[in-house]
Design a protein around this ligand. Structure first.
Ligand SMILES: Cc1ncc(COP(=O)(O)O)c(C=O)c1O
Length: 405
């Protein structure tokens, strides 16, 4: 695999950022976009634009077909059984809110327990918290071990007779831990418990197979997957999507509207109320094609090599403390430097053109557990190289010099 060639497909790397070549290590936040995605958005708006699913004129029918093509591509990419199990949302946050809200309306009852983990992003905690407030459900937390992992045993220990649902991240956006989702789902299903997966960090970097994972819901963030912003995907098993009530009301999601009765549309329209992110959906087809052209096994191998290399470099760098040491780890390197605030680290690295993120990464529960207010995070994508990680290490050394470390 020729990474230099792949990098050339991303126009941003032709730019000088504050007179520097860009070393982009913030893909867990959002990935850069390949030319084919950017060009597809432009082409759709300039030559093919129409709203979808409404009018019968040529452009509207053609746009609707393109929109539905992406749904089929996503279905194939994640190996869902049915195209109608794919619902477009405005992001993974909305996908997770949709699941929590609709299960809260019709399935979860007062006193039921939802099990999440200390690794969860706020998007996979706050929606359950809403149900804690409105329905008096209880939220339990599976705890991380000293390596920043969540084990199957820990999940098993935290399941009680009242656990109705487990909602877990596929890959932690802070420690990089990859959770044993398949095994957790098998265990949960053997006890009649539903499984929701926050796949934001899993989808861009891991092989996705809904038949193999067998989870009930899986949320995807398209902007982290070399796709446009403002778009997410919710995969849900058909029986759940059919059974649950709609999330939002409006045009497109109805069947018949009378003054005293309303019936709802079939899947997936039932969950796609209002004008959707048409251009983004159509362009996302190119993101999938891009990933398919490389092959997810190659992506995984390249990123595993990078993370191993980066981990070794940072482990050897005294004063740098890596967060978590999971055996099964994705491309996230979170760290602290004693005596330097993570925001200062990120600002100093930025002067060298090294883009990382600093903060709590929407994981305050985890940072509280680690007893730190924030961390610095370098995260990789398909376009990164070992030289990028060398530059990261060198810029960390520059930062240490400034702080006399
Ligand atoms: C683990 C995780 N979950 C959820 C989200 C939210 O995704 P989106 O930006 O698509 O709403 C993110 C994005 O930062 C994330 O990293």
């Amino acid at each position: 695999m020729n990474i230099d060639q792949i990098k050339k497909e991303f126009p941003i790397f032709d730019e000088k950022i504050q007179n520097n070549d860009l070393v982009y290590l913030d893909s867990a936040n959002s990935s850069q976009k390949p030319k084919i995605v950017v060009e597809r958005i432009n082409e759709f708006y300039t030559k093919q634009f129409s709203n979808v699913g409404r009018s019968v004129h040529y452009l509207a029918v053609a746009a609707t077909n393109l929109y539905e093509n992406t749904r089929s591509s996503v279905q194939k990419y994640i190996n869902a059984k049915d195209k109608n199990e794919i619902v477009f949302t405005k992001g993974a946050t909305e996908a997770l809110n949709l699941v929590a809200n609709t299960l809260g309306q019709s399935y979860l009852q007062e006193g039921d327990e939802v099990l999440i983990t200390e690794l969860e992003h706020h998007s996979n905690y706050v929606p359950w918290h809403f149900l804690r407030k409105s329905k008096n459900i209880k939220i339990n937390f599976a705890e991380i071990n000293e390596d920043g992992e969540i084990t199957l045993e820990e999940i098993e220990n935290k399941i009680t007779p009242k656990t109705k649902l487990i909602s877990i991240t596929h890959l932690s956006n802070v420690t990089g831990a990859i959770l044993p989702v398949k095994e957790i789902t098998q265990l949960a299903h053997s006890k009649g418990i539903i499984v929701v997966v926050d796949g934001c960090q899993g989808a861009p970097h891991l092989k996705l197979d809904m038949q193999d994972l067998d989870c009930d819901f899986y949320a995807i963030s398209c902007h982290k997957m070399y796709g446009p912003t403002g778009l997410g995907v919710l995969y849900g098993k058909k029986k759940w999507l059919e059974e649950l009530p709609p999330y939002q009301g409006g045009g497109g999601m109805i069947n018949e509207v009378k003054k005293d009765t309303i019936s709802y549309g079939e899947l997936p329209n039932k969950y796609e109320a209002g004008t959707m992110a048409t251009a983004q959906v159509i362009a996302f087809d190119q993101s999938i094609k891009f990933l398919e052209s490389i092959g997810i096994e190659n992506v995984m191998k390249h990123e595993a090599d990078l993370v191993e290399y980066g981990q070794e470099l940072l482990q050897k760098n005294n004063s740098v403390k890596l967060i978590g040491n999971p055996k099964n780890k994705g491309g996230v390197l979170s760290f602290t430097i004693e005596g330097v605030h993570p925001h200062d680290i990120a600002t100093i690295l930025d002067e060298d053109g090294v883009a990382i993120r600093a903060g709590h990464h929407c994981c305050q529960i985890l940072h509280d557990k680690l007893n730190i207010p924030a961390s610095a995070r370098a995260s990789v994508g398909i376009y990164n190289t070992k030289e990028d990680l060398d530059q990261l290490n060198e810029s960390i050394n520059n930062c240490k010099k400034i702080f006399n470390l």
